[in-house]
Each structure stands twice: as structure tokens, then as C-alpha cells.
Write a protein that binds this ligand. Structure first.
Ligand code: MRU
Length: 358
């Protein structure tokens, strides 16, 4: 996994564009950082309004993670890491601290980054007696995420051609991470390098992460983007206009099977059928070596109201039965390459071995 030589000397785009509200931040009036609170860019209000939501306790943070105020696997990992600091500030006993951490790590089940970050942060002080030590651990995860995004961007952009056209899914940019993002971060890097990528994005029903968030980010960075209904993906991939599909991941099993936003699997099959490369971009913190293959990845199912309408407006008959899985699993055989912060991996994937070669 050698870094792409073509990346040397090329610019790294900023994680957060000038003047924009960061996705996740720890805020405190004290130089030590304690006591403090987590501030989240409220993504439920994008693209209309950019405003931060302050969470001073664990319960509102869990609620924010569930409502997708903050979402995207790396971003909820960093938010969860800071949540452990909130737990230590709030808990009156080690047992109460552990219980808050348990609730936090279960706020969303599919993205492994949340449980991974809560476990790693709390391991720095398992009884929750020293919030400063926990804050240092959370800040390390935050800094690593930012650095991993930049590295994935550099590695992934070497796969792209000048003036190419790409399809991405959901939102995997700075709103899904604390750096430039994963799959979208690759495209943002290519843009900073002057490769002029054109980016197609589906709306991503039910919550419109593509239409509301990715389109917002593309516009924020002055990139060339096209929004389409999700149902246009087959026609687009059959048209021969797409040079590659780039997606993120919420959990990757040891064999490379990848859980990501619902609809990813269909794109992978369509890419294969039309001879288009399908690239997964994710930090190694998204790899779950404890899971052998995708059949054991827990898939979150969300509320029927998200499908029955949009925000407060009904678009289908009240009470009509709904199936609303948030993620699906793409088998490793459909993945052309996996881009991590350590480089570009090609199949067959043996990710337990990859992780043990630190
Ligand atoms: O439900 P969401 O919006 O949290 O789903 C996000 C995704 O599926 C992303 O593709 C994934 O987390 C990777 S983000 C860098």
C-alpha cells in the first residue's frame, strides 16, 4: 500500500471551508477544555440553515445522533468520543459512567466507528474519573480522523482521470467526517488538484443526504455537480458517461463486504454490469475485524414516517406499511478497490491481516 507518487506536492483542501460551521467541535470556556460541550452542525436544517447545536450532556447527544443532526460514520465516531467526556463530566459514579458510555455506543448500530470511538476513548480512563484524560483521547481520535481523510483523499485522487465524471452516493464529505470526508473527500482533493471532476449524486431517499448535503458541499466548494433522482442511476451507468463510482462505508467486514447507505448495493451491481469501477473509500476505523463477512453486520431500520413523507408533509397514505432499512451490504466481489488512509487495497481483501500490519 504505497502512497500514490502522483500525490506528492499537490495541495490538500481545507477540512472546513472558510467561514463554515464545523461538523463536530468541542467547546469550553476553560483553557483546560473542561468543563465543555459538544457542538454539532445541525444537518437536519441543511441546506437552508447553518447553525450549531450544543450538547452539554449525553442524552441530547444521543438524541442528535439518532435524529441525524450529526451523521456519517467518521463524524459520529468523533461525536461519540467527545460524548465519553460528557459522560465523565456528568456521571456521579464509575457505574453511571459505564452506563452512559453503553447507551452512547448503541445510539446507531451499523457504523462501527461509533462503538470503536466510545470504547477507545473510555479505555483511556475506564472509571470516568478524569475528564481531561478522556478529552485528550477524544482529541486524538478527532485529529486522526482529519488526517485520515486527507490521506484517503490523496490516495484516492490518484485513481481519477483529468476531466472525469463520477457517481457518488449519500454524503461522505466534510459533513460525514471531521476532515474532508471519504469518497467525497477524494473528489474534493481531485478538484483541489485541478482535475475538474464532474460529480453526479442521487437524492438518497428517505433523508435526502445526497440532495441536501452532498449538493450543498459541492456548491460550497465550487465543484461541478449534478443532482438526479436515485432511480436515474441505471440509465446513467448504462450511458457510458461514468468513469467510476465512489462510496463510503459504515462497516467493512474482514472479507471486504461493505455496509453503506441503502442503495449502494444496487449501484455496485449496476457498475459491475456496465464495466464501471466501484471504489469504497473508508478509514481503517470503519473496518470491523471481528466480523468475518457482511451477513453479520447489524442493519439499522428507521422510522416509517421518514418514508411516508418529507419533513412534516405526507407523501403517501397514513399508516401504509413501510420498510425503511438505512443501509445495505455490498459483497466484496463487487468492490474494485478499497481506499484507506494507508493506501489503495485491491481484492481479494484480507482485512484482518491488513489491520495487523500496522
Ligand atoms: O445514515 P447516514 O447519513 O449516517 O449514512 C451515512 C453513510 O452511509 C455514509 O456513506 C457512510 O457513513 C460513510 S461517511 C464518510
Amino acid at each position: 500500500m504505497m502512497p500514490g507518487a502522483a500525490a506528492e506536492g499537490r495541495p490538500t483542501p481545507p477540512s472546513t471551508p472558510e467561514g463554515a460551521v464545523p461538523t463536530v467541535a468541542w467547546k469550553s470556556g476553560d483553557a483546560s477544555g473542561i468543563p465543555g460541550a459538544v457542538e454539532l452542525l445541525d444537518q437536519t436544517r441543511l441546506p437552508e440553515t447553518q447553525v450549531a447545536l450544543r450538547c452539554g450532556d449525553v442524552a441530547p447527544l444521543i438524541d442528535a445522533i439518532r435524529r441525524l443532526v450529526v451523521r456519517g460514520a467518521p463524524a459520529i465516531g468523533v461525536a461519540g468520543a467527545y460524548g465519553v467526556v460528557l459522560a465523565a463530566q456528568e456521571a456521579k459514579s464509575p457505574a453511571a459512567f459505564r452506563e452512559l458510555c453503553r447507551k452512547l455506543r448503541e445510539a446507531r448500530p451499523t457504523a462501527v466507528n461509533l462503538a470503536w470511538a466510545v470504547d477507545r476513548t473510555s479505555a483511556a480512563d475506564p472509571e470516568g474519573r478524569d475528564p481531561r484524560r478522556l478529552l485528550a483521547a477524544a482529541r486524538r481520535i478527532h485529529a486522526e480522523d482529519e488526517a485520515a481523510c486527507a490521506a484517503m483523499g490523496r490516495h484516492g485522487a490518484t485513481l481519477l482521470r483529468e476531466g472525469g465524471t463520477y457517481l457518488t452516493h449519500c454524503n461522505t464529505g466534510r459533513l460525514a467526517a471531521t476532515g474532508i470526508g471519504t469518497a467525497l473527500g477524494v473528489l474534493v482533493t481531485a478538484h483541489a488538484w485541478g482535475l475538474r471532476p464532474k460529480v453526479y449524486v442521487g437524492e438518497v431517499r428517505p433523508l435526502l443526504q445526497g440532495a441536501r448535503l452532498t449538493a450543498f458541499e459541492l456548491q460550497e466548494r465550487g465543484m461541478d455537480g449534478v443532482l438526479m433522482p436515485d432511480t436515474a442511476a441505471g440509465a446513467l451507468l448504462a450511458s457510458g458517461r461514468i468513469d467510476g463510482v465512489l462510496v463510503g462505508a459504515d462497516r467493512i467486514a474482514a472479507n471486504g463486504d461493505t455496509a453503506n447507505k441503502i442503495g449502494t448495493y444496487a449501484l455496485a451491481e449496476l457498475a459491475r454490469a456496465n464495466g464501471v469501477p466501484f471504489w469504497v473509500v473508508a478509514p481503517t476505523s470503519t473496518i470491523d475485524p471481528s466480523i468475518a463477512d457482511g451477513t453479520s453486520i447489524p442493519i439499522e431500520e428507521r422510522a416509517p414516517e421518514e418514508v411516508r413523507g418529507w419533513r412534516k408533509e405526507a407523501t403517501s397514505p397514513a399508516g401504509f406499511p413501510v420498510w425503511n432499512p438505512a443501509f445495505d451490504v455490498t459483497p466484496a466481489r463487487l468492490v474494485s478497490a478499497l481506499v484507506t488512509e494507508r493506501g489503495v487495497l485491491r481484492p481479494p481483501f484480507e482485512l484482518r491481516r491488513t489491520l495487523s500490519n500496522r
